[in-house]
Design a protein around this ligand. Structure first.
Ligand code: NAI
Length: 343
């Protein structure tokens, strides 16, 4: 099977070409992102493999289908960039639901500790032989309350890590899980009671701008906000206002609403046009990383292995447990129904 890979970086190419199943596939790697202008690069391929910032809208799906593409493999968990409903009966869409929840959850805790203990500032200071501790006072996590929104794979690992720090854990999920020892509260209770809030739910129409000015208003003064999920969960302009008003004590952002134009690329010699991003980066209590939370050796190996086995399964049997199935109307007998939810 010929696969056109879009938005690839050296680490993607290495993971796929060294994967144990790679000899059964013919890889075509492109650095460019998939969109209406670049879809022609998939000519002659049966499958297309995309990442978080490729655009797979109705036009792209129709264009790919017309040129004979039948499989769309996301080498990530989130699929908010794909019009899954439009792909129904055109492209089989498969994703990698879990490649390493530990990678993301551990990174979220890393960002939290870095931010509240000023480790990034200490690193810069001591490199210049500045051993002053002025302005470096942090706070203990022990005994503080963390609110986790989205208690799926990553959220649950993050909760375990927080419990290891003796934090109180509050959780909110649209689909709460019974009998797993999670203390679910309403979203408003979580906002009001948390010293730290961490987002681990997917981006959907419902969760877009889940954290907006009204939500920020309900939070504790000095709250630390962590987002390692998807940028548009937070209204970035409301976040800037919340930080300026000193309502938000710190923000750790591995994702950003408008990241598609800047993240993963080197703009160090350029003037970035995004004023909101520039304002956030300029603030001493904001830590921005470039959608890096997933990037561990283990995660890359799992992504490559699962993506190739997804494509092998779906092309050979027409079925794959990692297929994203748009609601087919056959909920009682849906072959792809998972977690008691049919998309
Ligand atoms: P998951 O599917 O295991 O868990 C998501 C949870 O969110 C589920 O429990 C679900 O019921 C809940 N949820 C759905 N709609 C909700 C709503 N409206 N309000 C509250 N909760 C809701 O997903 P997983 O693996 O834990 O990943 C979570 C998110 O993390 C992904 O959607 C993805 O956007 C992001 N992610 C970010 C990465 C990074 O490198 N920064 C890497 C991997 C994932």
């Amino acid at each position: 099977m010929k696969i056109a890979f879009f938005d690839t970086k050296p680490y993607d190419r290495e993971a796929f070409t060294t994967c144990k199943d790679s000899e059964h596939f013919n890889f075509r790697f492109y650095e460019t992102k998939l969109n209406e202008d670049t879809l022609a690069l998939a000519e002659g391929c049966k499958a297309v493999c995309v990442f978080v910032n490729d655009t797979v809208n109705a036009k792209v799906i129709d264009g790919l289908y017309a040129m004979g593409v039948r499989y769309l493999a996301l080498r990530c968990a989130g699929y908010n960039n794909v019009d899954v409903a439009h792909a129904y009966q055109k492209l089989h869409v498969v994703h990698v639901p879990a490649y390493s929840p530990y990678a993301v959850a551990e990174f979220a805790m890393g960002m939290l500790l870095t931010s509240i203990r000023r480790i990034h500032k200490a690193y810069n200071r001591t490199r210049e032989f500045n051993f002053s501790l002025s302005g470096m006072t942090g706070f203990d996590l022990h005994g503080k309350t963390v609110g986790v929104i989205g208690t799926g794979r990553i959220g649950r690992v993050f909760m375990d890590i927080c419990r290891g720090f003796s934090m109180q854990v509050l959780a909110y999920d649209k689909f709460p899980q019974e009998g797993v020892g999670i203390d679910y509260v309403s979203l408003d209770e979580l906002f009001a009671g948390s010293d730290v809030i961490s987002l681990h739910c997917p981006l959907t129409q419902e969760t877009q701008h889940l954290i907006d000015a009204a939500a920020i208003e309900k939070m504790k003064k000095g709250v630390v906000l962590l987002n390692t999920s998807r940028g548009a969960l937070i209204d970035a302009e409301a976040l800037v206002e919340g930080l300026k008003a000193r309502k938000i004590g710190a923000a750790c952002l591995d994702v950003y609403e408008e990241e598609a134009d800047v993240f993963f690329e080197d703009f160090s010699g350029h003037i970035v046009n995004d004023d909101v991003l520039a304002r956030l980066i300029s603030m001493p209590n904001v830590l921005v990383t470039s959608h890096q939370a997933f990037l561990t050796r283990e995660a890359l190996e799992n992504i490559a292995e699962t993506t190739l086995s997804n494509l092998r399964d779906i092309s050979k049997t027409g079925r794959c447990e990692n297929e994203l199935c748009y609601r087919c109307g056959n909920v009682d007998n849906c072959k792809n129904q998972r977690c008691e939810k049919c998309f």
